[in-house]
Design a protein around this ligand. Sequence first.
Ligand SMILES: Cc1cc2nc3c(=O)[nH]c(=O)nc-3n(C[C@H](O)[C@H](O)[C@H](O)COP(=O)(O)O)c2cc1C
Length: 381
Amino acid sequence: MLAPAALMRDRLAMYNANGLHLGVFGANCSSGRSATTVPERWSASWRDCLQLGRMADEAGIDFMLPIGRWKGYGGDTDFHGATLETVTWATGLLAATTRITVFGTVHAPLFHPLIAAKEFVTADHVGAGRFGLNLVAGWNEGEFEMFGVGQRDHETRYAFAQEWLDAVKRAWSEPDTFDFDGQFLKLKGVRAFPKPHGGTRPIIMNAGSTPTGRAFALRNCDAFFTANSASRTSLEAGLKQVEEIKSEARALGREIEVYTIGQVICRPSQKEAEDYYRHAVIDNADWGAVERMLALRNITPQTVSPEEYAAKRQYFAANAIGGYPFVGSPDKVADELANLARSGLRGIAVSFVNYLLELPYFCDEVLQRLARHGVRAPRPR
Ligand SMILES: Cc1cc2nc3c(=O)[nH]c(=O)nc-3n(C[C@H](O)[C@H](O)[C@H](O)COP(=O)(O)O)c2cc1C
């Protein structure tokens, strides 16, 4: 049996030798990461998710990252109106797969930490060490109202998330009964068994975009997902942040892996890919849903100029929801992904308009090119 430190390294490597980790992002939510009305948009039904999980596992995709979403954004499709709860979703997928790491995404203020810690352990045992945790401090006011839970101010939200995670980690590691006496959480006589698989703990990630969110990730997480207006529109701008984040972590005596997100539309020719991108993501965007997402950020025709509003609408549909668009032929998509890996990025979680229809072509064409670029091991047999 390997020592816990070596087992933890294996976990962080997602049990493979790939330089660039590839994940599937957002498949537990209706329409995934594309606010589109096209009829082939993603259903997020369990049947489709299960088929996708098995397909991704067999093809050698490294991880699946769901979105913790409780309420749809409206529009013609009620974008994200139907979502599968992420920890139960992950547990089902882990039971049906053998290689892939599956994350659960949890809003700290909505889950009791001891219930959450046990759910994570259960998922982790089902997956024999393949469960990962995406911790969200919370940002979407309407979702919190729905639970009758008041949103704390931004700084306090992360202070609470810190305590919440400390409690979860203690439940994962304390060999005996313990008390937890925090500012927000007072837990007495806690007993939490079993511990996570193999004497280690699930990979922890976070994707806070503010300085407070980023500082939280640097202090606590194994993986930090960046997605901001720079990384969503320019590969170069996104990459500049990678070294910055890693060196900030090193200054705290920690190593952190940097990941990002993107949407993939890969077709035999560049023109076909660009045509479909425009068709699905722009010409048939669910503008009602896009406008609702903007309104949640206080961007409305009443708060900004008509020019700025038009630009934001376009940016949200084209880049913000899905992340940087990897649109093109297999050569182009593979070149761009390989460049990410060479610049120190550890991985990327991508979405497709219809994951099941599009993943096979991506895996057949792009994965082998990435192996030739030397940024991934050859596909498993
Ligand atoms: C890859 C990625 C995954 C995220 N997953 C979720 C999620 O599932 N649910 C959610 O409410 N927010 C999610 N977020 C939002 C972030 O956790 C974070 O709250 C947001 O970027 C705002 O940053 P801040 O918390 O520093 O203010 C995600 C963001 C990214 C980039």
